[in-house]
Design a protein around this ligand. Structure first.
Ligand code: MN
Length: 476
């Protein structure tokens, strides 16, 4: 890999970038690390460049890529953050500082885990781009893990699966999550990994061949209907997620229908629905497996139409149909948002306001000093499944599973929570402890004369936000 490779990659999506500056950063980092080697024996700078290349693949902005090149400079070389600031400016220096702060950890066990999470969330709340750099850094470290002693390998792999992957998932970065998990899987559970490779790969290959035939049939049909195809191809399930799924099915591989799915990317949303119709006309769909994540996106923003059909020769095949923008979001989540929505960037960067849960976590982590309690809160607030509940105006409110109308009310506004006296869910009056489901439309009925929340609500509310408000108000 050379500077030219990096420049070529960046030019593809950002021809306006300051390439002089990029090259200067490349040379600066190369020089700073010149006497260092990785444990594998290769020059240290290879790691810096690989990190920057991954960020360029994610279509990150120029300061992020430069910070990727420089991310290990203050920690591992004689060059300082001050020098970076002088050469490359305040913004780059702040990103590099964010990464450096995430650096070394002194703690072990649960404390270490928590300390790690805390640092991640703080860094994210300050500037989400720090986490993108950390993901790119971790991906390359995982690829070169073999050079490390076993204990260290296992620790890094475990940390990846417990901390990095769930955060990537929460940010909607499916492809990054998959890569992180698969790379860690091999080191964390080597026996299971080998078993999977041995028992699955021939099956996958055979299935891919079959899908090639299906692909030709589908392409032909779409051509007849004059629907433009951006891409069509097999998507093989990531190994670690396949392993998780197999555990639910007694390791019986024949029960997994989405081992390989056929993914169709087209220009527009109407195209997506047209294709779904065409597929169902040609092949009978399996009951209960048609999913419209375009009309109702998953909580992490994922959008796609999915259906599973009795396909050619009676075999069961899953299809995923989406637009290019949905595709990039599904693979790269918030990072893709970065690229697509110029105006959102500043917003996300400065306050992470696109991510209410993130702001909330940063606040919590300052408030809660008790480790055990903090861990409980985290488990509920991020690592649990989330649901989307709609306001009468159509805004989607992102909540943890099993949330109630009271949680919903507090998520919108403190006052709405405090004065809440009833709830209509999908136009029907329901009690305040009803568990909401994704896609529900919820309307809060308020009592203007109400003095404050009911202390008994603490028995059923789910979010720490609602709990805190109720407790605070009953103290008064
Ligand atoms: Mn690094």
């Amino acid at each position: 890999m050379t500077y030219q490779d990096l420049e070529k990659l960046v030019k593809k999506y950002n021809p306006e970038a300051d390439f002089k500056k990029l090259e200067a950063a490349f040379n600066f980092a190369e020089k700073a690390h010149q006497d260092q080697k990785r444990l594998s024996g290769e020059p240290y700078f290879n790691h810096s460049l690989a990190t920057a290349m991954t960020l360029a693949e994610l279509k990150m902005d120029e300061p992020t890529i430069i910070a990727g090149l420089l991310h290990d400079v203050p920690e591992d070389t004689s060059f300082t953050l001050e020098e970076i600031k002088k050469e490359f400016g305040e913004e780059v220096a702040r990103l590099v500082e964010g990464i450096t702060k995430l650096g070394r950890l002194k703690y072990r066990g649960v404390t270490r885990y928590l300390e790690n999470l805390r640092k991640m969330f703080l860094a994210m709340a300050e500037d989400i781009r720090v986490i993108f750099i950390k993901f790119a850094d971790r991906l390359h470290n995982l690829k070169t893990l073999s050079a490390l002693p076993e204990e260290k390998r296992k620790r890094i792999a475990l940390e990846t699966i417990e901390i990095y992957a769930p955060i990537a998932n929460r940010l909607g970065m499916g492809e990054i999550k998959g890569q992180l998990e698969d790379l860690a899987f091999e080191h964390l559970y080597p026996d299971e990994y080998q078993w999977l490779i041995k028992n699955v790969s021939h099956r996958t290959q055979e299935f891919e061949k079959y899908l090639d035939k299906v692909k030709k049939i589908v392409s032909g049909e779409l051509e007849k209907e004059k629907i433009k195809i951006i891409s069509i191809g097999g998507r093989t399930k990531h190994l670690y997620s396949l392993y998780q799924k197999l555990k639910q099915y007694e390791m019986d591989i024949t029960k997994i229908y989405d081992l390989v799915a056929l993914r169709i990317v087209v220009p527009s949303v109407p195209d997506c629905y047209t294709i779904l119709g065409l597929l169902h006309k040609k092949w009978k769909p399996l009951k209960g497996r048609i999913k419209d994540y375009i009309a109702q996106p998953k909580p992490n923003g994922y959008q796609s139409l999915q259906t599973t059909v009795f396909c050619s020769d009676g075999r069961i095949v899953e299809f995923q149909i989406r637009t290019k923008e949905m595709h990039d979001h599904a693979e790269f989540g918030l990072a893709a948002h970065w690229y697509y929505h110029e105006t959102d960037r500043e917003k996300i960067k400065s306050s992470a306001s696109g991510l209410a849960w993130l702001k909330e976590l940063a606040r919590l982590q300052k408030e809660i000093k008790d480790d055990k309690k903090y861990l409980e809160t985290l488990k509920i607030d991020i690592f649990q499944n989330r649901i989307f509940v709609f306001t009468p105006k159509g805004d989607a409110i992102d909540l943890p599973e099993d949330s109630t109308p009271v949680d919903f009310a507090y998520a919108i506004h403190t006052d709405l929570g405090d004065k809440c006296s009833g709830a209509k869910i999908n136009d029907k009056m329901e009690s305040l402890d009803t568990k909401l489901k994704s896609g529900d439309l919820c309307e809060i009925i308020i009592d203007k004369n109400r003095k404050g929340p009911n202390h008994d609500w603490l028995d059923f509310v789910k979010t720490s936000l609602a709990k805190n408000h109720i407790k605070a108000s009953s103290k008064k």
